[in-house]
Design a protein around this ligand. Sequence first.
Ligand code: AMP
Ligand code: GLY
Length: 431
Amino acid sequence: MQILLVGSGAREHALAWKINKSPLLSKLYGWPLHPAIQEYAEPFDCDENSSYSTLAKKAKDNKIDLLICGPEQPLEMGLVDEFHHYGIKTFSPTQKAAQIETSKIFAKKIMLQAGIPTASFSEVRNLKEVEGISEKYLKGSSSVVIKADGLAGGKGVFICKNKKEVSDACVVLNKNFSQACGRIVVEEYLQGRECSYFAFVNGTKYESLGFAVDFKRLKEQDLGPNTGGMGGYTPVPWLPSGAEKTVCSRILEPLLATMEKIPGSSYCGFLYCGLMWTESGPKVIEFNARLGDPEAQLLAFADQRDWLEIILSTLEKGNKKSYNSSQNLLNTVGIVMASDCYPYGEKKISSVSPSIEKEVFIPTRDSIVFSASVSEKNKKFYPGRGRVFTVVGSDCLSHLQAKSIAKEKVMQLEKIWPGCQWRGDIASKIC
Ligand code: AMP
Ligand code: GLY
């Protein structure tokens, strides 16, 4: 089995590490490849700026059996459809199916059709209408949520407490998302505790992966700007018993059955259900057509199973449905280390980039470091910008111990990389 993995972040580093462990793998290729992933995957010989059609043709010529795509942007651009054109199997969704993430309106309509619990919403086609509609939602609640329709890298969601905040959000939407301003979702503010659920999916077949919690704000105590995620933990001890069965029967199964009926939208790949656990159970905040980052890094290390074996058996014909994943997950905590300027790009990164010996990254039985933007010179790694490392610790007995394993490694790295940003309160409250 020759596999091509697309994407070069810490999530793809984790996927490469995990897939590489499988005895079912003959060769793993990465594209575009970053130095840390090279430990587990060979570079796929195709220019970084090539079109997806060229990439797919080269994959065909090089006898690639399966494509797995980590990030969402290539899905939106039709990467999977190009691979299908050349008859190559994929474990990632088509452009049409990926709309479950790339269009909030598409996702909301499917949820409505499938009877999936989610925030009540209004589709707004004109920015001028947002204020009037938001006012109605604010009458019954402390806040209203306004979302641009398309992919916005986490920057297209506004939680507003009053009229003034709504009008400020409209100004930002107009400035940054003028294209999306004809498609906006105004929705009910959900109260509860947030977590995510992940599964391996093919059509209506699925195998559960499990729950995780992600910390989205930059600073401790959930302060500071939103980020892609500064750390997290898995499994999730505060969920009620039977949570997994509830999510599968109320959310996952109706979603997959409904998508299956829409031509071209049958879902295949990792599925991410972003949930608010409310007093009346789980409600969907969003779906993503991929694994989360940093959730993938935690789940890959926590899950004792062979993911390639699960992917291949999910791709086979049959009727598999299975939701007992939590028992496979070790208590795991991940802490993200980001560059000093993250999440803003404009400030200058510390003038001297520190060099980190490769040995620091050798996984141990209970810890591993996954990397995103690093460069390599003379067997040393140099951290770049953004969320560079996810330091993961695991323990069979407690999250607390898992966290202290991760934290020890973080502090070791911080000595070499002063000025980096990380949160010390990841997984402090897990019950
Ligand atoms: P999204 O991009 O849709 O995941 O939204 C980003 C974040 O905004 C989520 O992780 C939640 O913390 C918050 N959020 C989005 N929608 C809602 C909602 N309806 N009620 C409460 N919080 C929300
Ligand atoms: N960590 C959130 C995401 O990957 O969307």
